[in-house]
Design a protein around this ligand. Structure first.
Ligand SMILES: Cc1cc2nc3c(=O)[nH]c(=O)nc-3n(C[C@H](O)[C@H](O)[C@H](O)COP(=O)(O)OP(=O)(O)OC[C@H]3O[C@@H](n4cnc5c(N)ncnc54)[C@H](O)[C@@H]3O)c2cc1C
Length: 391
């Protein structure tokens, strides 16, 4: 027997749950399906288990897209305040960690439980571990063929996310459905992802592996002031994850390892000092970083003995370290997928396809990619709300 719903939502992650609640709230019959046995795994593992669920500084310029204005409408209709109000109403405590990033005080599970409860409260039918075999368009809507049998609906919402972290259920499903219906997909690529260095650089920076420091990292005329972490495979830490979204293969990145000071000025001010360079640098950097830097530059003499050429070499290394990553660490280590369903083929008000009536795409599957720091969940909530409000 074919079961009929007003709306079928595929993908019970952040966007799918938020959308299901908003459609259910209007008294509509909603089916929410997911191939994973576990609900919203990405929320659970996000923000180190505390889910950085939004950023109070959310603005369109914190998102990458081939069509940068697309996200404005949805983001302005469902703001970080709206999500905070929802948490306040249900007594979920949260705090700002840094740079406007809001995290749960307790656990990311609080948010999963809340969204699950909200969906149940408005009668959403949720089915997990469902494999979808085929989707057909009918005169009145869509037929979804799955391990649950055939289900029909007027509206079909694709909320299956991107390719980041296949180990927790990510798949190309959303892109394939878009292509099936003639909707263009902007090439997906891993983003918010560590960068790999070549073996020579790794050998050179071997002593620095595991060290984290405040930095300004730049490429392609964009820079981020956050910390950088050197790892045994290359570069990581918030500044690197941010810049990875703007980095293209072959590009160099520049790292200022002491952004709050000017090392040339500091050395000039202390030009008669008999301190060793490593001891001098230790005033501004950790001991391990100062010692390793001196070893890599090959200079560790008294400050008063440094030549202008040596001072210039020290400054270049500290303020303008230029590295050419060999690639990213790929989807297994990425927090998000850049690219996705081409937004020029969707309505920015409703997320509905311009060419296939009743077909919607929300969340990460869409070509809207946020910075690190809660921006991606905010896009999931906002795009889901815009879609849910219009069904
Ligand atoms: C480790 C990690 C940490 C992160 N931390 C943060 C953070 O703190 N703050 C932030 O803003 N963002 C964070 N992100 C990004 C954030 O998780 C995503 O932006 C967000 O989950 C996207 O929501 P979504 O609903 O579009 O997709 P998802 O949350 O990925 O949900 C998609 C759902 O679709 C299901 N699905 C996939 N394929 C199929 C299929 N073929 N059939 C049926 N179902 C399918 C999946 O099982 C999943 O449940 C993090 C990501 C990762 C990987």
């Amino acid at each position: 027997m074919i079961k009929k719903y007003d709306c079928i939502i595929i993908g019970a992650g952040a966007a799918g749950l938020m959308c299901a609640y908003n459609v259910g709230l209007k008294g509509k019959k909603v089916l929410l399906i997911d191939h994973s046995p576990k609900l919203a795994e990405k929320i659970r593992i996000s923000g180190g288990g505390r889910c950085n669920f939004t950023n109070i500084n959310t603005k369109a310029s914190s998102y990458l897209s081939n069509n940068p204005h697309f996200c404005i409408s949805a983001l302005s209709r469902y703001t970080p305040n709206h999500f905070c109000e929802l948490l306040d109403l249900h007594n979920i405590a949260y705090h700002e960690k840094t740079l406007g990033q809001l995290f749960c005080d307790n656990s990311a599970t609080d948010i999963i439980n809340l969204l699950d409860y909200l969906c149940t409260s408005v009668g959403v039918i949720r089915k997990m571990s469902v494999s979808i075999n085929q989707i057909d368009k009918s005169a009145t809507g869509f037929s979804v063929h799955s391990t649950e049998g055939i289900t029909d609906s007027e509206a079909l919402v694709i909320a299956t996310g991107g390719l980041a972290m296949p180990q927790v259920g990510a798949s190309a499903f959303g892109y394939n459905i878009a292509k099936q219906f003639g909707i263009n997909v902007i090439k997906p690529e891993p983003a918010l992802v560590p960068l790999a260095l070549d073996p020579n650089d790794l050998l050179k920076f071997n002593d620095l592996s595991g060290i984290s420091f405040e930095s300004i990292v730049s490429t392609n005329d964009i820079s981020f002031a956050e910390s950088t972490l050197l790892t045994h495979r290359g570069l990581s830490g918030p500044a690197i994850l941010q810049i990875s979204s703007y980095w293209n293969s072959g590009n160099k990145i520049n790292i200022n390892m002491l952004p709050s000071q000017n090392i040339v000025e500091l050395i000039r001010q202390h030009k008669t000092s008999t301190k060793l360079l490593s001891t001098f640098l230790h005033q501004f950097l950790t001991q391990r970083l100062s010692d390793s830097m001196c070893k890599i530059i090959g200079i560790n003499k008294q400050i008063c003995q440094l030549s202008n050429k040596e001072i210039a070499a020290i400054a270049t290394f500290i303020h303008e370290l230029s590295l050419k990553p060999t690639g990213t660490l790929g989807y297994k280590k990425a927090e998000i997928t850049k690219g996705g369903v081409d937004t020029t083929m969707l309505s920015s008000k409703t997320m509905e396809s311009n060419s296939v009536s009743g077909l919607y795409f929300i969340g990460e599957v869409v070509d809207v990619t946020g910075w690190l720091g809660g921006y991606n969940f905010q896009w999931a909530w906002a795009s889901a709300y815009a879609c849910g409000a219009s069904i």
